[in-house]
Design a protein around this ligand. Structure first.
Ligand code: GLN
Length: 497
């Protein structure tokens, strides 16, 4: 067995898995290497690290490797977004409401990536710890976490994006080779874009929501964040699959091996370019990085097809009605009785509820609960919620019309690169508007991903979004992989990493 070299954090998931499988390095050594990096985390990505637990998991991996029973990513470390419940680590969802909360079980996704579900072998990954996010996944800068902002490893005065900001920063800074994320309206794609990594949100229902703390259940979806499409394919193959007994919206489709579908050439691929994604609101530096990436796809044999997604702008009001409506219902469970925080001094039950919720929730969460309760209330339901649902359907139909003419849709993930910490912190509307390009696919339940395609004027990464039709994750990953085979944006690291 060789001693671990610093280059462990420069290896891809398949390289790490292969070195572990060949016993060139042990899972304990790999875990220790990443733990040392995570403990010196200067971007504030990690919320909970427990060396003993991680090393115990690594020892179990080493035993499985020795016995020849290891999973496909046996012994490879991963960080989990803090909205996935975990038995061995605290789960806070970035909220004071769940300060120190311990779940009695692991989320399905955590089990599938780890030691497995009900004795059925999992991928064998070792949990490095839990990473930060916006409170209950509400936000796009990670500044809404009750445990402090996360810094963008490329430029520490800038946000990493959100809500899966800790996941993206951890991967970009090579503190973890991979991370889970969740995407309700862009929370995997946008932080992946801001931090220069690759992230994919599969079709709604592809990955189980069991044990994923609910924000807006009709939109929430788990996904993968890593350096490359090849790495994301490995992760996604392990995390997806029907979980019908535990998640009623889980899709009854078999797990797929996405890694086996990456090698198709792009010759003849029809890439839809929605004109609404390239309007005045798009920053010039983002636009030129995307244009260059599209030229590259053409060079690889793809063909660009102009399309229209006419209700793109409406996705903002529609999302910011539906998501808060569902959040107001989902978050009613945090009442001081069943989970987490309970106010100390109260007179009666109602007073206890009020004080607990006033103390436990941050401003943005309260804003969404109030908005949600309002749009669902008698007299306003028809005017807001019902209308929003109708337009949501029209947005999904617009995509189906577009997919008659193209195989994938490409465009920016966000109108700008990562903004400065604090820049939009007091302006919720400015945050909401920046979600414009990620919300349509979320409302339609379509798979979407972000891959790094260059840098803006300030040296911050730019991600390109790819959107596919339902269950077309393999195609998205294939396109991204072919792009990454002939480009190196995904291999760049921030200075000092
Ligand atoms: N930024 C969006 C919001 O604040 C999306 C968040 C997410 O996808 N979880 O709701």
């Amino acid at each position: 067995m060789t001693t671990p070299t610093p280059s462990l954090h420069e290896q891809s998931l398949s390289e790490l898995a292969a070195s572990l499988h060949r016993k060139e390095v042990s899972a304990v050594e790999v875990a220790q290497h990443f733990l040392n990096r995570a403990k010196n985390d200067s971007c504030g990505a990690f919320l909970d690290i427990n060396e003993e637990i991680t090393l115990a998991q690594a020892r179990a991996s080493d035993a499985r490797i020795a016995a020849g029973t290891g999973g496909c990513l046996e012994g490879v470390p991963i960080a989990h977004k803090d909205v996935f419940v975990t038995r061995d680590f605290a789960t806070t969802a970035g909220s004071k409401m769940l300060n120190g909360y311990r779940s009695p079980f692991d989320a399905t996704v955590v089990q599938k990536l780890g030691a497995g579900v009900n004795g059925q072998g999992g991928a064998g990954m070792v949990t490095l710890g839990k990473v930060s996010c916006d409170e209950f996944a509400m936000g796009s800068s990670n500044e809404n976490s009750a445990y402090g902002a996360v810094r963008n490893p490329w430029h520490t005065e800038h946000v990493p994006g959100g809500s899966s900001g800790g996941s993206a920063a951890a991967v970009a800074a090579r503190l973890a080779p991979a991370a889970t994320g969740t995407d309700t309206g862009g929370s995997i794609r946008q932080p992946a874009s801001f931090c220069g990594i690759t992230g994919i949100k599969p079709t709604y229902g592809r990955a189980s929501r069991y044990g994923m703390i609910a924000y807006a259940s009709s939109l929430d979806q788990a996904g993968a964040m890593a350096r490359s499409a090849e790495d994301c394919a490995l992760l996604l193959s392990a995390m997806c699959g029907a979980d019908l007994d535990r998640d009623s919206t889980s899709l009854d489709v078999a797990a797929e091996n996405f890694s086996a579908q990456l090698s198709h050439p792009l010759q003849g691929l029809r890439v839809g370019i929605p004109k609404e994604f390239f309007g005045d609101g798009l920053a010039a530096d983002v636009r030129s990085a995307i244009d260059a990436a599209l030229d590259h796809l053409v060079h690889q044999g793809a063909q660009l097809v102009p399309i229209s997604l006419p209700r793109t702008e409406l996705s903002i009001p529609v999302y910011y009605i539906i998501a808060p409506a569902e959040a107001s219902s989902n978050l009613s469970r945090f009442d001081g009785v069943k989970f987490g925080h309970r106010a100390k001094d109260y007179t009666d039950l109602v007073d206890m509820y009020k004080k607990t919720r006033a103390q436990g929730f941050g401003d943005e969460v309260k804003r969404r609960i109030m908005t949600g309760a309002y749009v669902l209330s008698h007299g306003y339901y028809d005017a807001y919620y019902l209308q929003a649902q109708k337009i949501r359907r029209m947005i999904a139909d617009d995509f189906q019309r577009a997919f008659a003419d193209c195989d994938v849709i490409a465009g920016p993930v966000a109108p700008t690169v990562a903004w400065k910490l604090g820049e939009k912190a007091d302006d919720p509307i400015a945050n909401y508007l920046a979600d414009i390009f990620t919300l349509p696919a979320s409302l339609a339940g379509l798979p979407g991903m972000s891959l790094p395609v260059g840098f803006g004027d300030s040296g911050l990464p730019v991600g390109m979004q790819l959107i596919g039709n339902y269950l077309q994750e393999a195609r998205l990953l294939n396109v991204a992989h072919q792009f990454q085979l002939t480009t190196d944006h995904h291999l760049r690291t921030p200075e000092g990493v």
